[in-house]
Design a protein around this ligand. Structure first.
Ligand code: GLA
Length: 700
């Protein structure tokens, strides 16, 4: 048998595969772009060792499709059964097809009656997109218990990893550790990605970072296994896939199953990695991204009014919102059925007569007259036991016959695998969008899916089908994915949505960490970022308007507080930051994000460069151990270019009197990119809960 090599190139990336007809497919190189003259056979020879004692006589090659054969002991990429009996698979490469920067490798196992195709494609931002497909080529049903979307033999230089965990209001907590000796095994079971889970991973080789993500809005699994048994070649194996319960996916003869897409990006550091994912999101994931207009400033009624809704109260809120420069007014929970608290009426998607005696028309008309567009909150996949819908269709929720219907937040989950349930929801939502000028839906999902009742996969497919149908009928409506904050954020939902709600936690100190974590994968234009009230309802922390507004500006800005309860000074400060956001959003939402490093772990710095402009945020979250904090070094600038550097006002009252030469900062200091990136700027970063914006403009 003859090994052949296939080389695929991105802009800075080369992928080399070794393929053997009748044998295995392996990844020889994934990393820096190789010279065109590189000898691929020599590359293979350079990484091949002889056999050790006590290894199988022919060392197994798990490669792109790891199986339990020939002595390999890790988690297999697929598990299949026929007639209930587990099949010991032996898939071998039968053919491959290269198309530009993509490859499809077909593996066949005639004895098992199945064929698998591994598809890898390098796309914009040098992001590698991967998915697997299996076809039942036998003549009896094939039970599919597991199929990874991606199997990657991890290049050996990656020795550390960062995994994520989270909880409500504390999304995407990072955990960095060595890959060896015990690897990582994660699986979510709540029917959605969750607040930080199995769908996100970073691998580290010094500064170099590899990010991996599964674009799927349901349960996911992930394993990274060091080659502990010694039966491989020393590399760890990374597997990611959608998770479902064994016995719930069966393929009829001749049918196929395709996994969701996994994506991998590699970059010299974490800023470049963020930029790679953002480029991919902008060109290949977000719906019609190139046609997006400016991201409007939201005002959301939730933290301003909660369930205390009335026509008059909402109109008053809209009027004060318009005075701040708000561009979209969003009516959150509480507008429908008998929903006066969170224990009732989910499923009854009809405008409440009690709250809106004349319907939503007068409110929407007023919002429009004030120059804003109108958005609405919905939570379509849920039903309250206390609702007309549940009384009419008690069997429409996910449940196990004869078992307790356990609630969470007082609600149950509708079974979206049922066409009649999807039709009902489509009818309600379509009616709302036809009858009212609604520019945006905040699509919420506030509980875990239990019991899954065998529908872990089908529920997410049903959600996508409903969302796709609604979007096809109303393509102009923007949709946000919210799930008690960031419980359902992934590239699968983001092929269908325009915004996510990263967290219910609007406390700027918490939010800074959460935004920094999400922005490793997602660009700022999709990350909702709101100014909340002080004290914050979740943390109880009091922060100044200046600090809250500066932090909120670095995202898709909004307000989630009642301007009527702010002081005149706070309103002025907020309006000034909204105006700044409008000036800078084309930079923030199209540029390259840089994560700024600072020796004080309590300083969070981020910066976006775009064309001849840049804006940075430097925020101090806790008291500095130093009188004179280290200067903030900027990033992403042209070393030889000259920049005018200003600190846009308003300035934090707490920090402004520590600022030397205020006039110089107002008029602008002219410095080279080299000076800004090596020496940096000595800002007064000592007082907790203060932040600075730094504006840069290239000068000729
Ligand atoms: C969830 C969302 C919030 C808000 C409430 C309304 O918690 O994350 O933003 O919409 O539901 O009930």
């Amino acid at each position: 048998m003859r090994v052949e090599f296939v080389r695929l190139d991105g802009e800075r990336l080369t992928l080399v595969l070794a393929l053997e007809k009748g044998g295995a497919a392996d990844c020889l190189h994934l990393g820096a772009r190789l010279p065109a003259s590189e000898c691929l056979a020599a590359l293979a020879a350079a990484r091949t060792r002889g056999r050790h004692e006590s290894q199988p006589d022919v060392p197994p090659c798990p490669g792109l499709l790891p199986e339990r054969k020939a002595g390999w002991g890790g988690t297999p990429a697929l598990e299949i059964r026929r007639g209930g009996a587990q099949i010991a698979t032996d898939f071998r490469v039968s053919e491959w097809e290269v198309d530009g920067s993509g490859i499809a490798v077909t593996f066949a196992d005639p004895a098992a009656g199945a064929e698998v195709i591994v598809r890898w494609q390098i796309s914009a931002g040098d992001v590698l997109r991967a998915r697997l497909e299996i076809t039942n080529t036998g003549d009896t049903p094939l039970e599919l218990d597991r199929l990874a979307a991606l199997a990657l033999p991890v290049p050996a230089r990656f020795t550390e990893m960062t995994s994520y965990s989270g909880r409500w209001a504390a999304e995407m907590q990072e955990h960095r550790r060595a890959i060896r000796p015990d690897g990582l095994r994660r699986e979510s079971t709540i029917g959605k990605p969750g607040f930080g889970g199995a769908g996100w991973l970073l691998l580290h080789a010094g500064q170099e970072a590899l990010g991996a993500h599964l674009g799927w809005s349901g349960d996911a699994w992930l394993t990274i296994e060091p080659d502990a048994q010694g039966a491989g070649d020393g590399r760890a194996m990374l597997l990611m896939g959608a998770a479902w319960d064994a016995g719930t996916v069966t393929l009829a003869p001749g049918t196929r199953f395709e996994t969701p897409e996994a994506v991998i990006a590699l970059a010299p550091d974490r800023s470049a990695l963020a930029q790679a994912f953002h480029a991919h999101m902008r060109s290949g994931v977000l719906p019609a991204r190139a046609a997006w207009g400016a991201r409007k400033v939201h005002l959301n009624s939730w933290e301003a009014l909660g369930f205390d809704l009335s026509d008059a109260g909402l109109i008053a809120l809209a009027e004060s919102a318009a005075g701040l420069g708000i561009e979209r007014f969003v009516l959150d929970d509480g507008w429908f059925g008998g929903r006066r608290n969170d224990g009732t009426s989910l499923g009854d998607w009809f405008v409440s007569d009690a709250v809106f005696p004349q319907g939503l028309g007068p409110l929407i008309a007023r919002v429009h007259a004030l120059g804003m567009d109108f958005g609405l909150w919905v939570e379509p996949e849920m039903v309250s036991p206390e609702s007309d819908l549940y009384r009419a269709h008690p069997d429409w929720c996910l449940h196990a016959e004869g078992r307790e219907r356990a609630t969470m937040r007082g609600q149950l989950v509708l079974d979206l695998t049922r066409a009649e349930v999807r039709d009902y929801l489509f009818g309600c939502l379509d009616g709302l969008l036809r009858d009212h000028a609604i520019a945006y839906l905040k699509w919420d999902h506030n509980r875990d899916l239990f019991p899954a009742a065998g529908q872990r996969l089908g529920q997410t497919e049903g959600f996508y089908a409903l969302l796709d149908r609604l979007r096809a009928a109303h393509p102009q409506v923007e949709i946000e994915s919210c799930s008690s904050g960031g419980g359902r954020i992934d590239f699968g939902v983001l092929t269908r949505c325009h915004r996510v709600w990263p967290s219910d936690n609007n406390d700027p100190i918490e939010r800074l960490r959460i935004m920094r974590a999400w922005s490793q994968f997602l660009p700022l234009e999709v990350l909702g970022s709101h100014v909340g009230p002080s004290p914050n309802p979740i943390t109880g922390r009091r922060t100044t308007m200046d600090f809250r507004a500066k932090v909120a500006l670095f995202g898709h800005m909004g307000v989630e507080a009642d301007p009527a309860r702010m002081s005149e000074k706070e309103r002025e400060c907020l309006a000034a930051h909204i105006a700044l956001y409008k000036d800078w959003r084309s930079v923030l939402h199209n540029g390259a994000l840089h994560r700024l490093a600072h020796p004080d772990p309590n300083v969070t710095g981020m910066m976006v460069t775009h064309c001849d402009k840049a804006l940075a945020l430097a925020a101090q979250t806790a008291f500095s151990p130093e009188f004179d904090a280290a200067p903030l070094r900027l990033a992403g600038l042209e070393p030889q270019a000259r920049y005018r550097v200003t600190l846009p006002e308003p300035w934090s009252p707490k920090a402004r009197h520590y600022l030397a030469n205020p006039d110089a900062w107002r008029n602008g200091l002219v410095l080279s990119g080299a000076a800004l990136m090596t020496q940096g700027l000595a800002l007064p970063l000592t007082h907790p809960e203060t932040a600075w914006l730094i504006a840069l403009e290239t000068i000729a």
